[in-house]
Structure formats: structure tokens, C-alpha cells
Ligand binder design. Structure first.
Ligand SMILES: NC(=O)c1ccc[n+]([C@@H]2O[C@H](COP(=O)([O-])OP(=O)(O)OC[C@H]3O[C@@H](n4cnc5c(N)ncnc54)[C@H](OP(=O)(O)O)[C@@H]3O)[C@@H](O)[C@H]2O)c1
Length: 295
């Protein structure tokens, strides 16, 4: 099926596929193999891939781009999110060798051009500032983001790991909407549901792209096997599907950015995205990770 995908993520997008661990999968480093994997996901209705310039020190964007270059028709079927603004210590060319942020106009403008070349796509669907940078000059940064959108290099913009006042300050400096905040949210990270962060996303129309929705693989250590067994009996869902169903039930329907590249786990995630948990089960899972009942 060759088609032009609808732009980016929509309220119906069940999952975004995170590419942070792509370089850890030797079986997918050949462009043809990765293209087959990407093509299978797109056929399942998953066409949004999440990158960042620092994933695998640049290797993840490059590997993905190699697959797209080898299969230009496939490149037209995918949508790509990417982020920039973090400089790891090992990539700091200064004598200080310090990890730092560069949400700086020229740096981000170059990062967008570099990402387009690495990923071999015609447009970055959504470009995110990876972390809030205390030195960010909002007017300058807003200007280069607007330029990138007018030039068609980027379709829309958002942020990652921003707190509400941090995204509001950037939003005040640009006429463009900030469409999303990509930040951590899962059964393993529930704090933002209890401190007003969730409501700020809803009030400001910021779509929540939830990273590490499977807790980076450590949910089994945090939720007792008894609870999982009972939940599986009640719902027929495995641990992965339960974690995703739990997340999707939150108001605003956060979009999980999953990091697993295992097709079985992706299928379970898809199943979870289509499932509804009873309210008592939702709270039992929450209680299990927090080790305490709600007040
Ligand atoms: N914006 C940011 O600052 C930021 C930060 C971190 C991540 N991200 C994005 O979020 C994406 C997802 O992050 P993530 O990879 O931490 O998410 P995740 O989906 O929570 O974790 C995926 C990892 O957990 C393992 N896993 C999941 N369930 C498991 C189970 N039941 N048993 C054993 N292992 C299990 C997977 O292994 P298998 O491969 O074997 O399934 C994989 O290594 C990244 O790719 C990136 O795109 C963004």
C-alpha cells in the first residue's frame, strides 16, 4: 500500500515509535532490514517515528536515513519527529568537555538542516527543543523556528521536558502554536498527574507525547506479579498492553512514545491502546507502583 500519510500525530494516533535504541539492534543496521521493519510498522498504521540528534551519538538518525535513502517511496510514508538542543560532554568541542544545552538560534537552525540530511525525509513533521535551556533567548529561537516552518523544512513545532511556565514563555514569543510537550509519563512516573502538570497540558492544548511509557522495561520490578496476574485474568492484557491502556486513559489521551522495537511488544502496545481498564483496576495499578493508596 503506497500512500501519503496524514500529517504527524492526531488524537487517534495510538503510538509513536521511539528510535533512541535503534543503534542497539544489530539486526536492523542494514538499510534493507530496517526498511522492512519500518514498512511493517507503517502497514500496521504506525507511521510516526521519534528521533533526536543525540540518539546513538547521531547513529540513529543516520541509520534511519540510510533505510529511507535506499527506499525513497517508504520515506514518503513516514512522519518524523526530531529534537535538538542537548550537547553531550563527549560532543563538546570546547576545552570544558561539559554536557550543556544549546537552544540557541543558529545552533537549532543548523540542527534542523542536519536532521533533514541525516534522516533523508523531505520535511521534519514536528521539531522539538529537547530540554528547557535557562539561556534560551525566546524571541531569537522563535524566529528561527518560524523561518524553518515557512521554508517548509518543519511542519510544526513543540517542546520536550518543558514545565508549563517554560513552554508558555516560548509560546508568548511566537505566533506559531506549540503543539506538544514530550515528557516522561508512565506507571513508573506518575508525579505529573498530581501536581497540575496534566491540567496545564490540557488547558494549553499541548498534546502530551509520553516517553518511556513502559518504564524503560522495569515495570515488572515495580508492580507485583500478583497484581499483573489478576489484571491479566480480568482483561486478557499482558503487562505491556496494561501499561499502554493505563496511559491512554488519562485525559487528553497522551500518545506513548514506545522504545521497544520488538514486533510482539509493539502489537501488545497496540492492543493496549485500544483497551479500556476499569477505574478500580486503573487505580490498583497506580497504587501498586506508588506503594500507597490515594488519600
Ligand atoms: N524527550 C526525551 O527527553 C526522551 C527521553 C527518553 C526517551 N525518549 C523517547 O521515548 C522513546 C521510548 O523510551 P524508552 O525506550 O525508555 O521507552 P519504553 O518503551 O518505556 O522502554 C523500552 C525498553 O524497555 C524494554 N522493555 C519493555 N517492556 C519490557 C518487558 N516487559 N520486559 C523486558 N524489557 C522490556 C524494551 O526492550 P525490548 O526492545 O526487548 O522490547 C526496551 O529496551 C525513545 O525511543 C525516545 O524516542 C525521549
Amino acid at each position: 500500500m503506497q500512500n501519503t500519510p496524514t500529517a504527524g500525530f492526531t488524537p487517534e494516533t495510538p503510538l509513536i515509535l521511539g528510535m533512541m535504541r535503534l543503534h542497539d539492534h544489530p539486526e536492523l543496521t542494514q538499510p534493507a532490514k530496517l526498511a522492512d521493519w519500518v514498512s511493517a510498522r507503517v502497514d500496521e498504521g504506525l507511521n510516526v517515528f521519534d528521533h533526536a540528534d543525540i540518539y546513538g551519538a547521531g547513529a540513529c538518525e543516520r541509520l534511519f536515513g540510510d533505510a529511507m535513502r535506499a527506499h525513497p517511496a517508504l520515506a514518503k510514508r513516514v512522519r518524523v519527529i526530531t529534537k535538538a538542543g542537548i550537547v553531550p560532554a563527549g560532543q563538546d568541542n570546547s576545552p570544558w568537555q561539559v554536557k550543556h544545552y544549546r537552544a540557541e538560534a543558529d545552533y537549532l537552525a543548523n540542527a534542523i538542516d542536519k536532521a533533514l540530511a541525516s534522516l533523508a525525509v523531505e520535511q521534519i513533521d514536528t521539531f522539538l527543543i529537547h530540554r528547557p535551556d535557562p539561556l534560551l533567548q525566546a524571541e531569537d529561537v522563535a524566529q528561527i523556528l518560524e523561518n524553518a516552518v515557512s521554508a517548509g523544512k518543519v511542519r510544526q513545532i513543540g517542546v520536550s521536558n518543558f514545565l508549563p511556565e517554560q513552554w508558555r514563555w516560548l509560546a508568548r514569543n511566537t505566533g506559531l502554536p506549540l503543539v506538544c510537550n514530550q515528557s516522561q509519563l508512565s506507571l513508573a512516573h506518575t508525579g505529573p498527574l498530581f501536581d497540575g502538570t496534566l491540567e496545564a497540558h490540557l488547558a494549553d492544548g499541548m498534546r502530551w507525547l509520553a516517553w518511556s511509557p513502559l518504564g524503560g522495561g522495569n515495570l515488572a520490578e515495580r508492580i507485583s506479579a500478583d497484581v499483573f496476574d489478576k489484571a491479566r485474568e480480568e482483561t486478557g492484557l499482558d503487562e505491556t498492553a496494561l501499561a499502554i491502556a493505563w496511559l491512554r486513559q488519562i485525559p487528553g489521551t497522551p500518545v506513548p512514545v514506545i522504545g521497544s522495537m520488538n514486533p510482539d511488544r509493539i502489537h501488545s502496545s497496540l492492543r493496549g491502546a485500544q483497551s479500556l481498564l476499569s477505574r478500580p483496576l486503573w487505580y490498583r495499578l497506580l497504587e501498586s507502583v506508588r506503594k500507597t493508596a490515594v488519600a
